[in-house]
Design a binder for this molecule. Structure first.
Ligand SMILES: Cc1ncc(COP(=O)(O)O)c(C=O)c1O
Length: 385
């Protein structure tokens, strides 16, 4: 799909040809749990909204087209989507995960799926040499995030997919941080894509949602049954909010990427900043691979604050950028991973993941660049000890 086709699909979705819409330009919100049935014994397209709902179906078709997969599924949160993916596996199966996997996905495996006999092992997905040796006959999947949060490490999705497929394992990519506008993992060989659509796809900090797209039609059919049985589906109104959010995905991500890239370059030169993590910087370890497999580095960056600067004062002095946990919205947000997003991990584990207590993650929004730069400059000045 060309960039133009993708951008048009974002705005028009899959709905314009649907006669149910009575010509409505936006997808109607079918706020119904059930449907009147006609001929008894003949299964209608919609019979009960846990199985299918027209608003959710429009979103599911659209995300499948955008990610270039065979079918899409919408869930009530990113974690519900990841739970549904783990339900593809069973006792005795193993999943390989990266060291800096999103904490919630790690907790789901470690605190819950482990009790059902599904095991997991941490591997370095950023190094494809030697990855073949990590697969055992029990390894059924490898789960990737590229880039990761909060240290923005990049994995070579094509190389990891090659290794996994040589061993009959599936490749699952959490594509939350780049969205299909910047990266389409299924076209790089991955089998399943998952999103916390709460982030860039929703884009406005007003909805919790998860999306899954599968490449293989037979696996997608199996997954349909999981969605129906598990039941953590996205409601009609929230489905509508994602369809609405998608319309501006390209505009938002372009602006956020431009802003983040300028801010990363500026922070690199600031005496209060020891190190900047952003795969859009030419000297970043993930730059070359990210440039090859994605159309941009996105709106997320992290930096380490020099110890001659006060971390609490830095956060307190921010006026435009909001201290908050989430990311991917039009508003810029700053997060302290050690006490916020990654607080549930031990300090040893955080150190192993490269998350120092002085690491700050910025999720850059669409505000004017100079107001963001001025805000950071002011907060850094105030924080100088
Ligand atoms: C990479 C990633 N995956 C999954 C999730 C979980 O998504 P949700 O909060 O929508 O359940 C998050 C949440 O921050 C995330 O950052």
């Amino acid at each position: 799909m060309t960039k133009d086709e993708f951008e048009t699909l974002l705005v028009h979705g899959v709905y314009s040809a649907d006669e149910r819409s009575l010509g409505a330009l936006t997808v109607p919100i079918y706020q119904t749990s059930t449907y009147r049935q006609g001929d008894i014994g003949i299964l209608p397209e919609f019979d009960y909204s846990r199985s299918a709902n027209p608003t959710r179906s429009a979103l599911e078709c659209q995300i499948a087209l955008l990610e270039e997969g065979s079918a899409g599924y919408a869930f009530a949160s990113g974690m519900a989507a990841i739970t549904a993916i783990f339900l593809l596996f069973g006792s005795g199966d193993e999943i390989l995960i990266p060291r800096d996997l999103y904490g919630g996905s790690y907790r789901l495996l470690d605190a819950h799926f482990k009790n059902f006999g599904l095991t997991w092992r941490i591997v370095d997905t950023t190094v494809s040499d030697g990855l073949d040796d990590e697969f055992s006959p029990n390894t059924k999947a490898i789960l990737l995030e590229s880039p990761t949060n909060p240290t923005l490490r990049v994995s070579d999705i094509e190389a990891v997919s090659g290794a996994a497929h040589r061993h009959g394992a599936l490749v699952i990519v959490d594509n939350t941080f780049l969205s299909p506008y910047l990266q389409r993992p299924l076209t790089l060989g991955a089998d399943i894509v998952v999103h916390s659509a709460t982030k860039y796809i929703g884009g406005h900090n007003d909805v919790l949602a998860g999306l899954v797209v599968l490449r293989d039609a037979a696996l997608a059919e199996r997954f349909l049954m999981i969605q129906k049985s598990f039941g953590g589906v996205l409601g009609p109104f929230d489905s509508y909010l994602l369809i609405r959010g998608l319309k501006t995905l390209a505009l938002r991500m372009d602006r956020e990427t431009q802003n983040a890239s300028a801010i990363a370059r500026r922070l690199q030169k600031h005496p209060g900043v020891d190190r900047v993590f952003y795969p859009g910087l030419e000297d970043d370890s993930g730059y070359a691979i990210n440039a090859r497999q994605a159309d941009g580095a996105g709106g997320l960056l992290s930096f380490e604050l020099n110890e001659r600067y006060s971390l609490p004062t830095f956060f307190a002095a921010l006026e435009v950028i909001t201290p908050a946990e989430s990311l991917g919205s039009v508003e810029s947000m700053a997060c302290h991973p050690a006490t916020m997003s990654h607080a549930s991990l031990s300090s040893e584990m955080r150190a192993e993941m490269g998350i120092s207590d002085r690491l700050i993650r910025l999720a850059i929004g669409i505000e004017g660049l100079s107001s963001l730069e001025d805000d950071l400059e002011r907060a850094l000045k105030a924080a100088k000890l």
